[in-house]
Design a protein around this ligand. Structure first.
Ligand code: HEC
Length: 171
C-alpha cells in the first residue's frame, strides 16, 4: 500500500480540504436549494411525445416491415409485424389521450384490423396479399394522421431502405 506522507501530497490534500470547505460555506450561504451534502438530484424521467414514439418506435418498424415484405422474408416480417403492433399498444398506454382523443380507441379503429390482415398474409407467406395489406396499413397511418390534424405527416410504401447494417433477405 502506498503511504501518503509525501509533503507535496499532504499539502495538496490540505488544499483540497480547504477548497471543499469554502465550497460548502458558499453553498450553505446560498440557501436551502443547494443544501450541503444533498445527493445529486435523480435524472428526471424521459416522457417521449407522440412524435418521438412515432419516430423511434413506429416509423422504422413500418419501413423494415416494408423491406422485409419486399424480400419475402416471412419469419422476419412476422417478427417485425408483431413489434409494430406491440409498439402501438405501448403508445396507447404511454399517451392515453392525444389532444382529447382516446389513443387506444383510435389504434383499435384505425390500424388494428389492417395489421391483423397483414399478419395473416405473412402467415400465409403470400407476397401479393402482403403487398395489398401493407398498402392498407400505410393508408391507415395517414388516416390517423388526418384524424388528429397531422395530415402534413404523409407515410408511403418505402421504395428505398435506410438500414445499411441489416440484411433483410430470407436466411
Ligand atoms: C393513433 C393514431 C396514429 C396512427 C395509427 C399512426 N400515427 Fe403517426 N402520428 C400520430 C400523431 C398524432 C402524430 C403527431 C405527433 C406529434 O406531433 O406529437 C404522428 C406523427 C407521425 C410521424 C412524424 C413524427 C415526427 O416527429 O417527425 C411519423 C413519421 C409517423 N407518425 C409515422 C407513422 C406510421 C409509419 C404509422 C403507421 C404504421 C403511423 N404513424 C400511424 C398518430 C398516429
Amino acid at each position: 500500500m502506498q503511504r501518503i506522507d509525501h509533503p507535496g501530497v499532504v499539502r495538496s490534500a490540505r488544499w483540497a480540504a480547504a477548497v471543499a470547505l469554502t465550497a460548502c460555506l458558499a453553498a450553505s450561504a446560498a440557501g436551502p436549494a443547494t443544501a450541503v451534502g444533498q445527493a445529486a438530484a435523480p435524472q428526471p424521467d424521459y416522457h417521449p411525445s407522440m412524435g418521438d414514439l412515432m419516430t423511434m418506435a413506429v416509423q422504422p418498424r413500418h419501413t423494415k416491415l416494408g423491406i422485409a415484405g419486399k424480400a419475402r422474408n416471412w419469419p422476419y416480417a412476422a417478427y417485425e409485424a408483431s413489434e409494430l403492433k406491440n409498439a402501438f399498444g405501448r403508445i396507447a398506454r404511454t399517451i392515453p389521450s392525444f389532444n382529447g382523443n382516446d389513443t387506444a380507441a383510435l389504434v383499435n379503429t384505425r390500424i388494428k384490423e389492417p395489421l391483423e390482415v397483414l399478419d395473416s398474409a405473412i402467415k400465409a407467406r403470400d407476397g401479393r396479399r402482403f403487398d395489398a395489406a401493407y398498402a392498407e396499413v400505410t393508408k391507415a397511418c395517414n388516416v390517423c394522421h388526418r384524424t388528429l390534424n397531422h395530415d402534413a405527416v404523409v407515410i408511403k410504401v418505402p421504395d428505398v431502405g435506410m438500414f445499411p447494417d441489416q440484411d433483410f433477405r430470407p436466411r
